[in-house]
Ligand binder design. Structure first.
Ligand code: 6PG
Length: 257
């Protein structure tokens, strides 16, 4: 993000394990606070490989008992258009690593129906599921307690890929998105919905992310090429938890340690 453009926090940790530990602590803190205030915690899970360490920790003896799981409501930030038991499915990954290992009522898991053949219908259905849960009217944007995001080495986040139609969606909360470079559709939350969240946490790990992370945080504002730059909470907290390998090209990155 250009300097002074938005308030965001950057925390640089040693490696992927430390990133997962910090993320787990943040998850538990936000969950407990949210449940204390309003009896529920609404969280959007990210796909990809980076958050798997976090999900494993949350299901572990060290963390599992710290979260009142029956008050937690899981949603997904994006999904591949595959069956829910497919190895590519973000839902399937989270289910195997976390959901099946904690006492969450099935009705608390709001899976994106991306396996539906009609992608437009599937995205509209998921939007309706979110709106019904939050009891929001059409023009009101639902506000999640926490949205977890990853970032690709091309600067995409969720399934908001560079130069794709979903980047320009200003009204809908969920949309189908054709990713030309992958030759396939995905479902994704949109920028307006993500930016409405109370807490947005990017989890970014690995040397391959270092060049694009520098561009995103320190370079020119060009979100159509670097969609993660679109992520600017309207009234919330934006935290980047980054390991040293991914932070290695940031100017004076040691100040974030
Ligand atoms: C997905 C994610 C995607 C992911 C990034 C980073 O469905 O793959 O939602 O946005 O977070 O591509 O992926 P890694 O964590 O595997 O690097």
């Amino acid at each position: 993000m250009p300097k002074g453009n938005i308030k965001h926090e950057i925390l640089v940790v040693a490696g992927h394990d430390e990133l997962s530990i910090k993320a787990a602590k943040e998850f538990v803190r936000i969950a407990v606070d949210s449940i204390q205030i309003k009896k529920n915690f609404t969280v959007v899970l990210s796909g990809g490989s980076t958050p798997t360490g976090l999900y494993k920790l949350l299901a572990s003896d060290d963390y599992r008992e710290q979260v009142p799981w029956p008050n937690v409501y899981f949603f997904w930030g994006d999904e591949r258009c595959v069956p829910p038991d497919d190895k590519e499915s973000n839902y399937n990954m989270a289910r195997q690593i976390l959901l099946d290992k904690v006492p969450i009522p099935k009705e608390n898991n709001f899976r994106m129906p991306a396996d539906q053949a009609d992608h437009a219908q599937a995205s509209a259905k998921y939007e309706q599921m979110i709106r019904t849960f939050f009891h929001t009217k059409t023009e009101e944007i639902p506000r999640f307690d926490l949205i977890l995001l990853g970032m690709g080495d091309d600067g995409h986040t969720a399934s908001l890929f560079p130069g794709t139609p979903a980047l320009f969606e200003k009204k809908r909360c969920v949309t189908e998105n054709y990713i030309e470079k992958l030759g396939l559709y995905r479902l994704t939350l949109t920028v307006p919905l993500i930016n409405q969240a109370k807490n947005i946490i990017f989890l970014i790990s690995g040397e391959s992310k270092a060049p694009v992370l520098k561009k995103i945080l320190e370079g020119e504002y060009q979100p159509q090429k670097l969609p993660s730059q679109f992520i600017k909470p309207v009234d919330g907290r934006l935290l980047f938890i980054v390991d040293r390998a991914a932070a290695s090209k940031l100017t004076n990155f040691s100040k974030y340690c």
